[in-house]
Design a protein around this ligand. Structure first.
Ligand code: SF4
Length: 116
């Protein structure tokens, strides 16, 4: 099993991520944040006809939005991320930054290999 790479090789070459490209129902979408936010709000308006408690998560603080048919806690305990679930000290912050930089370095390595 591997973690989602956001199809960095496809996106680098101007293609949609494979899941967004092949999703038969149009549930998966990918694009500029503003356009995706507008699409999400449009779909929320339509969903509210059938599901009055429908809501969007991630719109204010994440790069991935989910349209839920009910309030987040009815769907899954962690369906809505908290901005700051616990206080973070300097050591924790540096560990997070270190992990992010390590992941970024790995992605750059992949992109550079693909670019040839
Ligand atoms: S197909 Fe979708 S879920 Fe799979 S790696 Fe690409 S972006 Fe991630």
């Amino acid at each position: 099993m591997a973690k989602c790479t956001m199809c960095v090789d496809r996106v680098y070459n101007g293609l949609l991520p494979a899941c967004a490209k092949t999703c038969p129902t149009g549930a998966m979408n990918f694009g500029d944040r503003d356009k995706m936010a507008a699409l999400a709000k449009e779909r929320l308006d339509k969903a509210k006809d059938r599901f009055p408690k429908a809501t969007l998560t991630g719109l204010d603080d994440l790069r991935v939005f989910y349209l839920l048919a009910d309030v987040p806690n009815m769907v899954y305990t962690y369906a809505k991320a908290d901005k700051a679930p616990t206080p973070m000290d300097r050591k924790m912050a540096l560990q997070k930054i270190g992990r992010s930089l390590k992941g970024l370095a790995t992605e750059w390595e992949i992109v550079n290999k693909l670019a040839g």
